[in-house]
Unconditional design. Structure first.
Length: 89
C-alpha cells in the first residue's frame, strides 16, 4: 500500500514538474482550445517567453505574461531567445 501511495504521489508531482520554458519564433495566435477554428484570445509577438504546461497533438498549452491558451507546436522553440542552439542571422 505504501508503495502504491508513493507511485501515485510521484506521478502527480511529475505532471507539475514537467513545465518547460520556450519562446515564440513568429507572431502567433493564442487559441482558447487546441483547434484551428477555436476562438483567438490574443496574439503573441515573436520572441515572447512562455511556460509550456501541456501538449496535445500538434498543440501546446502555454502561459505567458500576455495570455494563456493553446498555440501550434511549430511556432515554439524550447529554451530562451538568443540562447544556445538558436540560429540568428
Amino acid at each position: 500500500m505504501r508503495k502504491l501511495l508513493f507511485v501515485a504521489c510521484f506521478l502527480v508531482g511529475l505532471g507539475h514538474a514537467w513545465a518547460q520554458q520556450g519562446y515564440t519564433i513568429r507572431e502567433v495566435d493564442v487559441k482558447k482550445e487546441p483547434f484551428n477554428d477555436a476562438a483567438t484570445l490574443a496574439k503573441l509577438p515573436e520572441n515572447t517567453q512562455l511556460t509550456i504546461t501541456k501538449r496535445q497533438g500538434a498543440w501546446m498549452e502555454v502561459t505567458s505574461v500576455k495570455a494563456n491558451g493553446w498555440i501550434r507546436m511549430l511556432s515554439v522553440r524550447l529554451g530562451e531567445p538568443g540562447g544556445a542552439g538558436s540560429a540568428k542571422s
